[in-house]
Structure formats: C-alpha cells, structure tokens
Design a protein around this ligand. Structure first.
Ligand code: DX5
Ligand code: ZN
Length: 215
C-alpha cells in the first residue's frame, strides 16, 4: 500500500485557511489532518467544530480529525456532522474507550486511537482488532514544530507485531516531527500514514514539500 501523507492544518496560516485547504486539495496528499485541542487534555487551544464545518465544502479529501480533548465521546456525532471521515480519540482521554470506538463506527466514521509518547502500544491490544487507525504520537501533543522522538521507531515495530497477533488491519499513523529527513525510514519501519505540519506549511514551497514527502 502506498503511504498516505496527511498535511496538518495546525501549521497553516489561520488568516487564510481557504488557501491552505485548496493547496492540499490540489496536492497528491489524500488526507487532511485536523488537530482539535481543548486546553485541558493538552496545554493549547486550536480550533473546533465550526472551523471544520466551514472548510468541509472546499475539498473531498479525507478529513482526519485528531481530538486532543477530554471526554471525546460527547462529541462523536458532532464531528461526524461537521465532516470528519476518520475520528481519532486519545486512549488517555477516554475512560470507556471501547464504547467510544463503537460509537465512532456506528456514526459511520473510521475509528482511530492515539497514544501519547509515554503510553505503551501494548495498551492497545484489546481494541486493536476493532479500530481502523492507531496514531502514534511522536511528539508530546499540543504544538506543531517539535522534535521527533526516536523511540517511536521501536513502537512502530512493536505495533506491527501486535497488529499481526490480533488480526488487526489498523493503519499506523505517525504524528509529530515528520519531514523529508525521516519519512522514508518511518515507511520502511511500517508506518502507513504520515502527518506533516511544520514540514509542509513551514516550508518555502508547501506544495512542493507535499510532493517530496509523497514520493
Ligand atoms: C501535535 C499535533 C500534530 C501537529 C504535528 O499535537 O497532533 O498533528 O500538527 O505538527 P508537526 O508536523 O509540525 O510536528
Ligand atoms: Zn495531530
């Protein structure tokens, strides 16, 4: 399967989101990554439902919504209505994670589970067969432009094994510090989806950056 690049809107110019979405729309990236932060689960506040709803008509690309919020189960249908295709919640933020996963799928979306750098992939064992995506945080969530945590490579390897063991078909997404310097090694190790914020929107030529990451 060819890898999926998911540019993250978090690093785009918020005063001109339309241009940023159009740039992704015209690029080879099949997904757009949308980081929702509540200032409680993470020490930052980004954007939420109205923004996602407003940009939905601008593109048919897959909306990959990453919820960094507490009690994500309360907002499943709201994010579906706003236009999410993939809805990812944090394992650390959902007490009844299995129920949340069921709710996401029942709502007609793909279900993703994200884990922080300190969380072992083994914590996913009992839900792995029931989800469509695992988001391995390769930085501490909350901000774009942080340094990639090297330990992530071992977590990918462990997750590939666990995926085999559980019969799961979940995609492995890497989120944080991804750029041209590590994208090939991440794919080689087993990553399927690569989120790229700063390495796309912080680049002189973001369209070209997406092309390079997609190669
Ligand atoms: C961080 C977010 C990431 C962020 C990645 O909390 O989940 O999606 O946009 O940004 P970069 O690619 O700049 O590390
Ligand atoms: Zn993210």
């Amino acid at each position: 399967m060819p890898h999926i690049i998911a540019p993250s809107l978090l690093s785009a110019d918020f005063s001109d989101l339309k241009s940023a979405v159009r740039l992704v729309d015209e690029s080879p990236a099949p997904w757009l990554h949308l980081d929702v932060m509540d200032g409680v689960f993470v020490p930052n506040i980004s954007f939420g439902l109205p923004v996602i709803k407003a940009i939905r008509p601008l593109t048919k690309k897959v909306f990959d919504v990453h919820l960094m919020i507490v009690r994500p189960e309360n907002y499943v249908n709201a994010f579906r209505d706003a236009g999410a295709d993939v809805l990812t919640v944090h394992l650390e933020a959902s007490t009844h994670l299995h129920r949340t996963i069921q709710a996401i799928r029942t709502a007609g979306m793909k279900a993703g589970v994200a884990i922080n750098p300190h969380t072992s992939v083994n914590a996913l064992e009992d839900v792995l067969a029931d989800i469509d995506l695992v988001c391995l945080m390769s930085v501490n969530p909350g901000f774009g432009g942080q340094q990639f945590i090297q330990r992530t490579y071992q977590k990918i390897e462990a997750l590939v094994d666990l995926r085999k063991k559980t019969g799961s078909k979940a995609l492995i997404e890497i989120d944080g510090g991804v750029g041209t310097g590590n994208v090939q090694q991440l794919i080689h190790t087993g990553a399927d989806v690569l989120v790229a914020g700063n390495s796309v929107f912080g680049a002189k030529d973001p369209a070209r950056a997406i092309v390079e990451l997609s190669a």
